[in-house]
Ligand binder design. Structure first.
Ligand code: WTA
Length: 631
């Protein structure tokens, strides 16, 4: 593939080129795509506004790059291998030709149901192949998809639908995940009670369970498909038109609808996919993420398909029917590149290694991780037992906001180093800043991670709230993008991400803002106030610890803790349920009334010997009380 870097020297050369003249560098890369009209200018940006535009004036449709352009050369090649939740159900192999036809047909279903260019379509579906079809069908007609992870609650779903004023909802009767069935239609029905903008809900039949039916809103996916053909010309999109919105938690307030646009996102996800994984023609690539997260958008759907790759989509979970499932699937489909999250690795590493050893993993060439820092032990387990010490491990640091991988080794090209994401991709200039925002010049250093220059797949705004976009990402350190992570750099320039520097906790690879969880807890009628922090957890990386103050006269007990967990689960989703809930008489506060989370974090992590000076607190006496009653 023409986009691929093939040696360390070439990486160094390309990196240099990308920094000296980013516009020329990305223009050359962009020549490898199908455009309906070329750009008049490559890049325009002003990060004080902040504003970033790539490939100005260009026109394209990303699905022509993901589908149409492969039809002549690899129409019969498998585009998607879909592996069902249950190993006894048959896997599907969908060729590029078939995928093209399915996408065009479903795009016509969307049109028949009133969806037009620019309309927002919410997708709340399990990991069935039709989820990928739905995403691409939206892109085909220029509708903006907003995928909501199918583990979120009805309240969370409704908030996301309303924030983007979505016109149509795509959902399913239910979803299989391990031995559980999620009643997606019921949850969606509950959500739609408060979503006045939704005009149609198109329901895919997966689990065959009974559902309630609202004839004025609901239509069956398969019945709608009977009414259309598979001829659907691709809508002409401007490079900077919105491709999708994807929500991510913030440290305060409501979730942020990150907006990604067509041209730059396509170029960067494709380029990074091919270089980081060193994907070769005919390889089978598997990313275990859910399409409800950015990893699934960029590296199950868009990057791989635009590269003409074969991408595996897995409906189930790593523990079902047993903890060998990932490896069984790797063997079965002869997977060459395998991309997962540290939390999954840690969970699997707890189980006997026979569960890995009994499968033939000799096709594996590259392993990847994403979502959170990977600890040394998990890294070595992955290297020894899965990679048999012969597969490079790419530890890819990036975010929903960055659209694509930012810091990572390129498999077999640049060197990997346990627990380090290592070097920036071409086009990316990370820096470390001290607390005053000055760039640290020493190579070996620790500080706040920031990015100094624009790259094509940066999210352009927060849907409906550009001011918040500016505040969160571009105000702390002017002229820099601030991702919210800390990092250290070794003498060779390798980066190791040390974790969040804001109030976001990463639990099992999912970003959770603590503020929305506290708000949910405070909704409980017996709760006065609460504070939620993360603490280290063997498998999840971090788990949540909630300190809760109840009203006078309430006797807090296990029942109340259970109710609180339920409130959180209903409001945000089961992933946000605190592991520990400690009832306290007060929370340590500064004199200006701000909760001192630093102290609460230390208590939760059992690091009570070095709490620092607490004497300046408004209420220093509560600290000892909290320690004495720690769970
Ligand atoms: C964290 C996921 C260390 C980080 C693609 C980031 C990581 C947040 C890594 C974004 C990594 C992601 N090493 N930390 N390789 N990858 N993170 O938006 O804190 O779900 O800011 O995107 O995950 O999570 P998000």
């Amino acid at each position: 593939m023409t986009l691929q870097i093939r040696s360390l020297e070439e990486y160094q050369k390309e990196y240099q080129k990308s920094i000296e003249n980013p516009a020329n560098f990305w223009a050359e890369i962009a020549e490898n795509f199908v455009w309906k009209k070329k750009w008049s200018k490559v890049l325009e940006y002003d990060w004080l506004q902040p504003e970033t535009k790539w490939f100005l004036g260009a026109q394209l449709n990303i699905t022509e790059n993901c589908l149409d352009r492969h039809l002549d050369t690899k129409g019969d090649q498998t585009a998607i291998i879909w592996e069902p939740n249950s190993p006894s159900e048959e896997a599907k192999h969908i060729s590029y030709k078939e995928l093209h036809s399915q996408v065009c047909a479903f795009a016509n279903v969307l049109k028949n149901n009133g969806v037009k260019k620019g309309d927002r379509v919410c997708i709340y579906m399990p990991m069935v192949a039709e989820l990928a079809v739905a995403v691409l069908a939206c892109a085909r007609i220029g509708a903006v998809h907003s995928v909501v992870f199918a583990g979120f609650s009805s309240t969370a779903l409704a908030a996301r639908i309303n924030d983007a004023a979505c016109k149509v909802l795509l959902t399913a009767d239910g979803g299989f995940r391990g031995d559980k069935i999620t009643p997606l239609k019921d949850i969606a029905d509950e959500a739609l009670k408060t979503c006045p903008t939704i005009q149609k809900s198109i329901v895919y039949k997966r689990t065959n369970q009974e559902v309630t039916w609202n004839p004025s809103l609901d239509v069956w996916w398969h019945e709608e498909l009977e009414k259309v053909d598979d001829n659907c010309p691709a809508e002409v999109m401007d490079s900077e038109d919105i491709l999708f919105i994807l929500y991510t938690s913030g440290s305060t307030g409501k979730p942020k609808g990150m907006v990604h646009t067509c041209g730059g996102y396509m170029v960067y996800t494709t380029y990074s996919f091919q270089n980081v994984f060193q994907y070769k023609e005919g390889d089978i690539y598997w990313c275990t993420a859910d399409i409800g997260w950015i990893t699934g958008h960029s590296y199950i759907v868009y990057g791989p398909l635009s590269s003409g790759a074969t991408t595996v989509m897995f409906e189930g979970v790593p523990s079902y029917p047993d903890y060998g499932r990932f490896w069984e699937v790797c063997e079965k489909h002869k997977v060459n590149q395998f991309y997962t999250a540290p939390t999954a690795i840690r969970a699997l590493a707890k189980h006997p290694t026979e569960l890995v050893d009994k499968y033939n993993l000799s096709d594996l060439k590259v392993l990847g991780t994403v979502g959170e820092p990977i600890n040394e032990e998990a890294w070595h387990w992955y290297d020894d037992h899965v990679g048999k010490n012969k597969c490079p491990i790419v530890d890819t640091w990036w975010q929903t906001e960055t659209g694509g991988m930012m810091i990572s080794s390129l498999a077999g090209i640049t060197k990997d180093k346990p627990t380090f994401a290592t070097l920036p991709l071409p086009g990316i200039q990370p820096v470390l800043l001290d607390n005053d925002g000055n760039e640290i010049q020493n190579t070996e250093a620790e500080g706040i991670l920031a990015i100094k220059n624009p790259w094509p797949s940066l999210a352009r705004t927060i849907y409906g709230d550009h001011q918040r976009y500016k505040n969160v990402y571009f105000s702390a350190y002017p002229n820099h993008y601030f991702p919210g992570d800390g990092a250290l750099r070794d003498g060779q320039g390798n980066y190791r991400i040390t974790g969040r520097v804001d109030d976001v906790v990463i639990v099992s690879g999912h970003n959770l803002g603590t503020a929305p969880i506290e708000n949910a807890i405070n909704e409980h009628e017996k709760v006065v106030e609460s504070a939620v922090v993360g603490f280290p957890h063997d498998i999840k990386g971090n788990a949540l610890y909630a300190y809760v103050i109840t009203y006078d006269g309430v006797v807090p007990d296990d029942e109340l803790a259970k109710e609180i967990r339920q409130v959180v689960s209903n409001t945000i989703g089961p992933i946000a349920k605190p592991d520990k809930i400690q009832f306290v008489s007060g929370l340590p506060k500064t004199r200006s009334g701000k909760i001192m989370r630093r102290i609460l974090r230390k208590v939760a992590a059992n690091e009570t010997s070095n709490l620092g000076d607490v004497s300046t607190l408004l209420n220093p006496e509560v600290v000892q009380n909290i320690i004495d009653n720690k769970l």
